[in-house]
Design a protein around this ligand. Structure first.
Ligand code: MN3
Length: 206
C-alpha cells in the first residue's frame, strides 16, 4: 500500500493567466510528487498505517513514531495540502460563495471582501514558506489563519476548507517577489462548489 499522486483535474494551462503552465507542471509533477515519494519512503514497512488516509495520519501526528514524525509532518502535510489545492481551483472559477458558506463567512468576517483581505494578509505576513487558510476550528467556527512549511490544520484538530500555497514555488516563475499580486490573482480560479462541499463535510463531521 502506498500513497499515489492524484492526477491534476484539468490541463496544466487551465488556470492561465492567474497561474502559468510551467508553474503548474513543476508544482504538481515535481513538488507534489516528491512529497508523495518521501511520505511513502518514511512509512515503508510500518503496517500500522495500512488503510489510513493521509488526513487520519495527520490528525494523529503525535502517534507517529518520533524517528519519522518530522518526515510525515512535512511530506504528509505536503501531500494532503496539495491534493486539496488542485481540487479547490478550476478554470473559469472565481466569483463569490453562495448559501450556507457565504452566510458563515459574512457572519464571521463581516463581509466576503473583509474575509478576502484577512486571508490575503495572513498569506502576506507568513514569513518564508507556508499556507494561508480558512478552517473550521475546534469550536466548529470559521477561522482564518496561516501555517508554516507544510503544516496542516488537521494536526491541530481543525478542518481545512480552503488554503492558498504561499511557497515561492507556487508563484515565483510568474510573479517573482510579488506575492501580493499572486494572492490577488488567485481568487479568479477558485472552485466555490468544491469549497462549499468541504465546508459541509467539515461541519457535519464536527
Ligand atoms: Mn506547493
Amino acid at each position: 500500500m502506498a500513497f499515489e499522486l492524484p492526477p491534476l483535474p484539468y490541463d496544466y494551462s487551465a488556470l492561465e493567466p492567474a497561474i502559468d503552465t510551467q508553474t503548474m507542471q513543476i508544482h504538481h509533477d515535481k513538488h507534489h510528487a516528491a512529497y508523495v515519494t518521501n511520505l511513502n519512503n518514511a512509512l515503508q514497512g510500518l503496517t500500522q498505517f495500512n488503510g489510513m488516509t493521509i488526513e487520519d495520519i495527520l490528525r494523529h501526528i503525535t502517534g507517529v513514531p518520533e524517528n519519522i514524525r518530522t518526515a510525515v509532518r512535512n511530506n504528509g502535510g505536503g501531500h494532503a495540502n496539495h491534493a486539496m489545492f488542485w481540487q479547490i481551483m478550476k478554470p473559469n472559477g472565481g466569483g463569490e460563495p453562495t448559501g450556507a458558506l457565504a452566510n458563515a463567512i459574512s457572519s464571521t468576517f463581516g463581509s466576503f471582501d473583509q474575509f478576502k483581505t484577512t486571508f490575503n494578509d495572513n498569506g502576506m505576513k507568513r514569513f518564508g514558506s507556508g499556507w494561508t487558510w480558512l478552517v473550521i476550528d475546534q469550536q466548529g467556527k470559521l477561522q482564518a489563519l496561516s501555517t508554516a512549511n507544510q503544516d496542516s490544520p488537521l494536526m491541530d484538530g481543525m478542518f481545512p476548507i480552503m488554503g492558498n500555497d504561499v511557497w515561492e514555488h507556487a508563484y515565483y516563475l510568474k510573479y517573482q517577489n510579488r506575492r501580493q499580486e499572486y494572492l490577488s490573482a488567485w481568487w479568479s480560479v477558485i472552485n466555490w462548489e468544491e469549497i462549499a462541499r468541504r465546508f459541509q463535510q467539515g461541519m457535519s463531521a464536527h
